[in-house]
Design a protein around this ligand. Sequence first.
Ligand code: UP5
Ligand code: MG
Length: 196
Amino acid sequence: MKPQVVFVLGGPGAGKGTQCAKIVENYSYTHLSAGDLLREERGREGSKFGQLIDSYIKEGKIVPVEITINLLRQAMEKTMEMDPQKYRFLIDGFPRNQNNLEGWTAEMNDKADVKFVLFFDCSNEVCINRCLERGKSSGRTDDNRESLEKRIQTYLQSTWPIIELYEKQGKVRKVDASHSMDQVFADVRSILDKEG
Ligand code: UP5
Ligand code: MG
């Protein structure tokens, strides 16, 4: 079975990870967060990319796609090797820019089907406040005001055009992410139930 992919996009702190966790509890999807995979690779002993990833994340910049796509592809392959029934993936926080999109197209276009984009729409102010709040305990090197301003800039400049591109293809399913977690999930449910 060819992997079926839902890209999950939205600003920093919009609630992508939170909602993906809820989806996994209720639907047969595997959650792959590109950011989590990069943080894991950053911490892996012997990784050639640890320092590069570290500095990109702190600066809110987007890591070159060659690194990210390999991590995603390996994670997908590993999941399907262990259980071929697990062919439905939520890819969270990717593709974030033109380079990401080109890398995906070159490497994955014939290997996986992108069903749609689940887009968590949230004001920058709410996004920033959620990340600052989480920053009190998350230990994430980018949950501080300075990094957050850069993350928001990158989101607006680089990720927004990707969302618009998918919008033109009729592939975006938008959710108002400013509501409570349960309300947001109710909206997610109605989308997933419709998509099958
Ligand atoms: N929270 C969540 N939902 C809430 C709600 N409805 N009401 C109130 N609070 C809510 O949530 C964030 C916080 O808000 C949590 O404390 C949560 O409890 C609360 P979360 O679900 O974690 O939001 P999420 O959208 O996943 O936020 P995250 O910070 O993970 O988003 P980013 O997109 O910024 O981070 P990511 O990990 O994807 O990427 C980090 C960096 O990695 C990037 O900046 C980039 O440098 C690098 N990266 C790449 O280079 N390439 C990639 O492909 C991916 C990442
Ligand atoms: Mg996340």
